[in-house]
Design a binder for this molecule. Structure first.
Ligand code: RB5
Length: 143
């Protein structure tokens, strides 16, 4: 199950991503927001991250205007590895190397066509499982 969340700056792109997911019968849960009215992105980042850390969802997509605020918030959660991606190379690399479990996007940065390609790459690239990458991910969690 995929968790979706956004603020007003990401709302329109989230709607495009939902269409893509529905066409492919990919299950998701939308944690808001529900319009372009101004809201606070940490609220939605936290809802999505809690759904992942409690096991309800295995991955998430978070979208704000730039993708920056929402990814900074997400990365404060232990066990969350949120990657802000603006291209498919990074989306692929962050799955292969970082086992990123949250994709962050900037709704005011990437257009819907590129964003969908990034989402597709993120969802369809497995973690490499290489020892060096596992070691580095373990080190992220250490103080
Ligand atoms: C909201 O105007 C904007 O600050 C937010 O969407 C995001 O870009 C923050 O990082």
């Amino acid at each position: 199950m995929l968790a979706l969340g956004c603020d007003h700056g990401g709302y329109e792109l989230k709607q495009e991503i939902k269409k893509y997911l529905e066409e492919r019968h990919i299950e998701y849960r939308d944690f808001g927001c529900d319009s372009t009215d101004s809201v606070d992105y940490p609220v939605y980042a936290k809802k999505v991250c809690r759904a992942i850390t409690n096991g309800e969802c295995d991955k998430g997509i978070l979208i704000c205007g730039t993708g920056i605020g929402i990814s900074i918030t997400a990365n404060k959660f232990k066990g969350i590895r949120a990657a802000l991606c603006t291209d498919c190379f990074c989306a692929e690399a962050t799955r292969l190397h970082n086992d990123a479990n949250v994709l962050a996007l900037g709704g005011r940065v990437v257009g819907p066509g590129l964003a969908i390609k990034i989402v597709d790459t993120f969802l369809n690239t497995p973690f490499s499982g290489d020892e060096r990458h596992m070691r580095r991910i373990r080190q992220m969690e250490e103080d």
